[in-house]
Design a protein around this ligand. Structure first.
Ligand SMILES: Cc1ncc(C[n+]2csc(CCOP(=O)(O)OP(=O)(O)O)c2C)c(N)n1
Length: 356
């Protein structure tokens, strides 16, 4: 470890610290890298779609790819995921199809939720990816409930929930941590400390020196990890998920990272942080750092070609999804009641007849 308090694997000289290396094969590491590059390409395209008025809103994850992809890789079949809105990479790494992500942000008939969710609010029952919720940190008690149910059923699974530093200021965070500690539940709390909750710096979220140390109050281990080091994230989350599956209880992980872009497409970060700060973090780009390591091991030949290929994959996915028809108006009355009540039927008929 370069710092005794922060778990880190990728060294500045481009090698890996053998003491903490998660021991992934070369193909596994190449897969992590490709998913990080695909996630960045998707992000850039989604922001461009919003700026050109083709989608309404987007929450980018640029700068935090190591967190999402490293954590997603530590999830096994049967585990459950309760993600924050910035963590599309966890689902992508678990096999949530890019086409489905593109369809979801467009909200047309290629969207599994048929345009009835905000963009970025993915879910996929097949991979146990529970829907993102807009309120900050409400996913934490949901994750704990799922873990409690798994424990009562005797299932040996782990539950991963992800959130930002601002999430630790909520009552839901403390209730979820407390319940997990008392009932020794298999929950991994993965906090991506990206320095800001919209414009509010992390120093205004807490009076403690770290977020990880809050774990001790609830009888859980607290771990700090370099959030721009995908191998360190894989190691920290992997070990915590293994402990959870083995019945040893939950863990709080604080990943130190940085959101390079705006909070969302509605935000202007230049009003609350300096260009110098952003440039300093750009130098720590998690994708460039991992590429240097993989090139050094001769696992990766041409990062520019990988990026071009990812952009093309995203372009094709958008082209296909945009060709899907719009969702019919009538769909807003479907899927809530098994039998539609008379007053909603009246409203539907009035709307569809053009008199609504
Ligand atoms: C309960 C609740 N309060 C306020 C908001 C408005 N809000 C949306 S995102 C956000 C900041 C969250 O920051 P953080 O948890 O650090 O996550 P990040 O966006 O940095 O990934 C706030 C206050 C909300 N969505 N839900």
């Amino acid at each position: 470890m370069s710092d005794p308090e922060i778990l880190s694997v990728l060294r500045p000289d481009g090698t890996a610290d053998p003491a903490h290396d998660p021991g992934l094969s070369d193909p596994e590491m190449l897969s992590l890298y490709r998913h990080m590059v695909l996630l960045r390409a998707f992000d850039e395209k989604a922001v461009a779609l919003q700026r050109s008025g083709r989608i309404g809103f987007f929450v980018p994850s640029t700068g935090q790819e190591a967190c999402s992809i490293g954590a997603g890789h530590a999830v096994c079949e049967g585990d459950w995921i309760f993600p924050a809105y910035r963590d599309h990479g966890v689902g992508l790494m678990r096999g949530y199809p890019l086409a489905a992500m593109v369809g979801q942000i467009l909200g047309n008939t290629s969207d599994a939720t048929r345009g009835r969710q905000m963009p970025n609010h993915w879910c996929d029952r097949a991979i146990h990816l529970v829907s993102v919720s807009s309120p900050v940190a409400t996913q934490l008690p949901h994750a704990v409930g799922a873990a409690y149910a798994a424990k009562l059923r005797g299932e040996r699974i782990a539950v991963l929930t992800t959130f930002g530093d601002g999430g630790t200021s909520t009552g839901d965070f403390h209730a979820a941590m407390n319940f997990t500690g008392v009932f020794r539940l298999p929950v991994v709390f993965f906090c991506e400390n990206n320095r800001y909750a919209i414009s509010v710096p992390v120093e205004h979220q807490t009076a403690t020196g770290t977020l990880a140390e809050k774990a001790r109050a609830y009888g859980l281990p607290g771990v700090r990890v370099d959030g721009n080091d995908v191998l360190a994230i894989r190691k920290a989350v992997g070990d915590a998920m293994d402990r959870a599956r083995a019945g040893e209880g939950g863990t709080l992980i604080e990943a130190l990272t940085y959101r390079m872009g705006p909070h969302s497409t509605s935000d202007d970060p230049t009003v609350y942080r300096s260009d110098e700060e952003v440039s300093a973090w750009r130098e720590k780009d998690p994708i460039r750092r991992f590429a240097a390591f993989l090139k050094g091991r001769a696992v990766l030949a041409d990062p520019a070609a990988e990026e071009a290929s990812a952009r093309e994959t995203v372009r094709k996915a958008v082209e296909t999804a945009e060709s899907a028809p719009a969702v019919p108006l009538s769909s807003m009355f479907e899927d809530v009641y098994s039998e539609i009540p008379w007053h909603l039927a009246e409203q539907r008929d009035s709307l569809l007849s053009g008199k609504g």
